[in-house]
Design a protein. Structure first.
Length: 136
């Protein structure tokens, strides 16, 4: 992946990356709320899931394509490649550990890519609603 920004432009861009209340996350929350789903935000669980349905023990993470290694849109920047390979690889490994830990605690873990929400928020919300309604 070729980095088309200068080093200063990249720093400025990366400093503005938000960890919560991103546009895709808000779109998904609104779609779920309109379907009658009630949830908690960033509950005190391993990994701080973005949405938690406590009664059904469902934890939802909204994963950014870049930061969490999306197989479709994820990529390694051309500059400082070693750093990014390690950083992004560590993120993916941490996600797997968190999934295993939550599963071991009896939680069902769903991960939704931001591109899924941007392409079809209704389908993403329906997938979560199906998990909430499923008998565990």
């Amino acid at each position: 992946m070729v980095d088309r920004l200068t080093l200063e432009q990249r720093r400025r861009c990366m400093s503005r990356v938000r960890a919560q209340n991103t546009k895709p996350e808000i779109l998904l929350r609104k779609a779920l709320w309109m379907r009658g789903a009630r949830y908690r935000l960033r509950a005190d669980l391993p990994g701080k899931p973005d949405l938690v349905f406590s009664g059904k023990r469902v934890a939802v993470f909204v994963d950014g394509c870049f930061w969490h290694g999306c197989p479709i849109h994820g990529g390694i920047p051309a500059t400082n490649r070693e750093f990014w390979e390690k950083k992004l690889g560590d993120n993916v490994a941490r996600d797997r550990r968190i999934d295993a830990e939550l599963s071991g605690m009896g939680w069902r873990v769903l991960r939704v890519w931001t591109h899924e929400i941007k392409q079809d928020v209704v389908a993403a919300a329906d997938r979560i609603m199906a998990a909430i309604r499923a008998d565990t």
